[in-house]
Design a protein around this ligand. Structure first.
Ligand SMILES: Cc1cc2nc3c(=O)[nH]c(=O)nc-3n(C[C@H](O)[C@H](O)[C@H](O)COP(=O)(O)OP(=O)(O)OC[C@H]3O[C@@H](n4cnc5c(N)ncnc54)[C@H](O)[C@@H]3O)c2cc1C
Length: 489
């Protein structure tokens, strides 16, 4: 059978490798890791085939949408970690922190011109999607984007999955085959040509690397044009920190995940989404770790597709089964949906029934209408909502269960669904450290009916879209301590 991982390769232009090129360029855009990374593995394979060295290029622009000191610092910490590893292990790594818009693309062009070919990360949304669509046509060398996002390659589905149930059916059929073709743990170990790349002063003086320029610091960050009111977090953007959180979760919370994940007081979820978002850890390695904790008599031979039903596929421990469904089905359905849906961030990408019912109820009077600023400042009449918003501002995240309620209330408190979408996308992508992710759009658009079905009875404002209230949340989950903890900013 054809290697499943060939489905991860997106050949973005028809150029031939430049035989005069000095190196193969791996442009690390979003899966910012040196391990379990199919794109890096592919770049190493090309370097070996051409007998050339490899240059890993990682950078950060200063003009991306919703930029904040919070996201900047998280990414910078990960880059500083890579810089240290590169110095210790002796591979070619160039980090660049942009000070003026335009420097980063100009540097990329210079590096691409010196290269034999470019390999980068495939990603279905945000600036990476746009770059991967437009840049290859402007280069003279080949440009490959590689899908290292999840277990099921995005090319494996032929259209946007309508629901998690439909995607789960595909996942259950394909999981074993895909999982048994994992990325290599340390692809750089296979690199043959270890020559040091000399970029020359025209590059290094004009675009000094982040360390030489002394930019890996909070002082430097304070002078950059990003939203400085959204502060850096206590958690670190390094792979090391992501792996530590992984171990804590697997050791202490995984088995009870199914019972405890909905209680804000318990904090029973992994809190790994920030590291997953920036690609610091790979889904493959997390799934592998979780499956190793199945009971002794469990084996992959027991995996039997359940026709889209969650229970019974992974089997074994209920906590492991529940967590893997979130990590694989719910995480990846968003990647596949966005991959097949260029307007993934627009009202028009909602299912027809949802667009119709929300439009029919557009004129319904709202009990109260809040401005974007009132929402951002947690100035509503609802104590649960305000607590969730304060958690978002303080910690860059909201407990998963409350994140649903948080979204539903904004639909109720804004003049129409399009305004609600606009506010939610802004709040989420500015404050949430895991924002600007395919899952940001899965979660936000789920509020409006994506991946869901029509519900009855039909209600004011929501129409047939699923409804949630703070009162029922208060009855359903343990939230007393949470409300105390986030009573103020
Ligand atoms: C309005 C709204 C906005 C959201 N915005 C984001 C976002 O910006 N970024 C983001 O990563 N997730 C988002 N989600 C999905 C979900 O809330 C988070 O992934 C989850 O809370 C992260 O916490 P955790 O890492 O502890 O998850 P765990 O429960 O430990 O799950 C493990 C991983 O599975 C994935 N996952 C879990 N639940 C979901 C879900 N419902 N949908 C998609 N993937 C899931 C995530 O990658 C998560 O890290 C949003 C949900 C809603 C309702």
């Amino acid at each position: 059978m054809k290697n499943i991982n060939s489905l991860r390769v997106f050949k973005r232009n028809e150029n031939e490798p430049n035989p005069e090129g000095e190196f193969v360029l791996y442009w690390m855009q979003i899966n910012r890791r040196l391990h379990y990374n199919f794109a890096l593995e592919y770049a190493v394979a090309w370097a070996n085939k051409l007998g050339k060295p490899l240059l890993v290029f990682e950078a950060l622009s200063c003009d991306y949408p919703w930029r904040t000191a919070r996201t900047h610092w998280f990414i910078m910490q990960g880059m500083a970690e890579h810089q240290e590893i590169a110095e210790k292990e002796g591979f070619n790594y160039y980090s660049f922190l942009e000070e003026e818009a335009g420097e980063y693309p100009a540097l990329f062009r210079e590096l691409a011109a010196k290269s034999c070919l470019v390999v980068t990360d495939e990603y279905p949304i945000f600036i990476m999607r746009k770059r991967n669509e437009s840049i290859p046509q402007t280069l003279d060398v080949p440009y490959y984007s590689i899908d290292s996002n999840g277990i099921i390659p995005m090319k494996m589905t032929d259209k946007a999955p309508y629901s998690a149930y439909i995607f789960r059916k595909t996942m259950q059929k394909q999981f074993r085959h895909c999982f048994e073709h994992p990325p290599k743990e340390n692809p750089l170990a296979d690199l043959q040509n270890r020559d040091m790349v000399q970029l020359g002063e025209s590059v290094t003086q004009k675009y000094p690397d982040a360390k030489t320029a002394g930019r890996f610091s909070k002082e430097w960050l304070a002078g950059i044009d990003v939203d400085q009111s959204v502060k850096p977090l206590a958690i670190e953007g390094t792979r090391k920190a992501g792996l530590e959180r992984t171990t804590q979760f697997l050791e202490f919370d995984l088995k009870a995940y199914d019972e405890e994940r909905n209680d804000p007081d318990t904090e029973g979820t992994s809190r790994l989404s920030p590291w997953l978002h920036f690609g610091k850890i790979s889904e493959h390695e997390l799934v592998d770790h979780a499956l190793r904790r199945q009971p002794r008599d469990w084996s992959r031979d027991t995996l039997k597709p359940q026709n889209g039903k969650r229970d019974g596929f992974f089997g074994g421990e209920t906590g492991i089964e529940a967590w893997l469904d979130e990590l694989i089905t719910w995480r990846e359905v968003g990647f596949h949906f966005a991959h097949h849906t260029p307007n993934y961030d627009q009202f028009e990408s909602l299912p027809d029934w949802a667009q119709e019912t929300l439009t029919e109820h557009e004129a319904d009077p709202r009990p109260v209408v809040y401005t974007y600023e009132q929402l951002a400042n947690a100035e509503t009449e609802d104590d649960i909502w305000n607590a969730a918003q304060r958690q978002l501002v303080r910690e860059g995240r909201i407990h998963n269960y409350l994140r649903m309620l948080w979204g539903k209330k904004v639909l109720q408190w804004t003049p129409d669904a399009r305004t609600a979408l606009d506010y939610l996308i802004r709040l989420n992508n500015i404050y949430a450290i895991d924002g600007r992710d395919p899952n940001s759009y899965s979660g936000i658009f789920w509020i409006f009916g994506r991946f869901d079905r029509a519900w009855g009875p039909e209600r004011k404002i929501f129409g047939k879209v699923r409804y949630m209230t703070s009162d029922s949340t208060r009855k359903k989950v343990k939230i007393k301590e949470y409300l105390k903890k986030y009573a103020r900013f």
